[in-house]
Design a protein around this ligand. Structure first.
Ligand code: DCT
Ligand code: MG
Length: 410
């Protein structure tokens, strides 16, 4: 059975030495291997990756190993697994045989070993043993606390803390974020739905409207890519008149706070100055906007309340305490204010996915001698900034075909 019927497949097959015979325009048949071959770009920003993943059995395995590497501060390994997973996400059909992967980029020795294991045995032994390991389980639980990263979790594990109960009785001092994270642990580990994201979007729009008319709010992050759930909700805020956005964040936050919408917030000031920071320092591009990390108190909608009513009945029946008596839930929300002159770059940078962004920056640097950040694009050859008012323009500067948000799910 031939899955992929296009010319790139034909070329790839010829290169791989398979006998290939053209039956009619764009339709090809392979006589030796009953499988499809793929031809895929090595940069994720040159590929179209929808949410329609035909290889989740493989990408789940590789993503777990990526996550485990990241949790252990092994970033190189993490990226290698992320790249391999992203490549498989972009394939148009399910991989059923190792021979289909011949010649594909991004698949290192280790990733290929994992893929082979899954194809042959249904699971990867490395993934299974990782999932069972005491350290992985503890890292997952502890970094599940908002405000706790891999380093803190590691320190706690070395102090014999493996779960929330032990943490609560450990006498460790928690910062304000971690205290809030622990308090709202269950809510914050419950995926946020698109409906909830939209409800929060309305609140943010209302806040922004009441402090500065004409301000615009844009949903970014995973929801902009069409995801149905996320771990948080990301918003970008701007104003069509350059400079009007200055000082906007504290006002928005004050309004939200006065209305009782915030359970926690920490605002960081805009620290990006083109003249001072310039393109030579693009590494820390994610945290230079005026940004607010917050935990929203979202009143549950009608639908949700009905479910809660049923749960209450259930809990009465079973004589148990249901945590769902609350009529609100906590949701992680990120707010970012961008001047209109940087807005296209902010939108591109905050839409993700994380790997797509990383690959865009790698492409810009390695292939175009440019530096891309969420603020600007600098051409190192021409020694100048390239201005843009849309994502399309930025892709064009980079010499890339435009990829819409829904196809940036690498
Ligand atoms: N981002 C990035 N590099 C990072 C962190 C974030 O490029 N190190 C960008 C890409 C996505 C965006 O910021 C928002 O980040 P997240 O909320 O972490 O990602 P997400 O895709 O929205 O994931 P989720 O749906 O789980 O919130
Ligand atoms: Mg997000």
């Amino acid at each position: 059975r031939v899955h992929l019927l296009d010319v790139s497949w034909y070329t790839e097959s010829m290169r791989a030495g398979y006998p290939v015979e053209i039956t009619h325009r764009h339709k090809l048949q392979i006589s030796e291997a009953e499988v499809a071959l793929f031809s895929v770009s090595s940069y994720a920003c040159q590929r179209r990756t929808t949410l329609d993943n035909h290889n989740s059995n493989l990408t789940d395995a590789l993503s777990l190993l990526a996550e485990n590497a990241e949790l252990n501060n092994e970033d190189g390994r993490g990226v290698a697994f992320r790249r391999a997973a992203a490549l498989l996400k972009a394939l148009p059909t399910q991989v059923i045989s190792m021979s289909q992967l011949r010649g594909l980029p991004c698949l290192g020795e280790h990733s290929l070993r994992v893929i082979k294991d899954v194809l042959e045995n249904g699971v990867s032994s490395e993934v299974e043993s990782t999932k069972q390991s005491k350290r992985y389980k503890a890292l997952k639980i502890l970094t599940g606390i908002f405000g706790v990263g891999a380093k803190t979790a590691d320190r706690w594990i070395r102090a014999g803390i493996y779960n929330l109960e032990q943490l609560r009785h450990s006498g460790q001092t928690l910062n304000r974020a971690q205290k809030a994270g622990l308090e709202h642990y269950d809510d914050l580990n419950e995926p946020v739905t698109k409906a909830e994201a939209d409800a929060i979007g309305e609140i943010v729009q209302k806040a922004v409207d009441s402090v500065l008319t004409g301000s615009q709010v844009a949903l970014s992050g995973g929801f902009r890519r069409g995801k149905l759930t996320g771990h948080d909700v990301d918003f970008l805020i701007t104003h069509p008149e350059e400079g009007k956005e200055v000082g906007l964040m504290p006002k928005v936050v004050a309004w939200l706070e006065s209305q009782g919408f915030l359970l926690y917030q920490k605002t960081t000031r805009n620290s990006y100055l083109e003249s001072k920071d310039g393109p030579a320092r693009p590494a820390s591009n994610m945290d230079r906007f005026e940004r607010c990390f917050s935990i929203f108190k979202l009143t549950k909608g009608k639908e949700q309340e009905n479910t809660d009513q049923q749960l209450r009945e259930l809990s009465k029946n079973y004589q148990m305490e249901a945590a769902s008596h609350k009529i609100w839930r906590a949701v992680r929300v990120d707010l970012v204010v961008s001047p209109i002159s940087q807005f296209a770059f902010a939108v591109l940078g905050w839409t993700g996915s994380k790997l797509f962004e990383r690959e865009l920056r790698r492409w810009a640097g390695h292939e175009k001698n440019m530096s891309l950040s969420s603020h600007a694009l600098f051409d190192n050859t021409q020694n100048k900034y390239l201005r843009a008012t849309s994502e399309e323009e930025i892709f064009a500067y980079l010499g890339l075909e435009y990829i819409p948000p829904s196809e940036r799910n690498a």
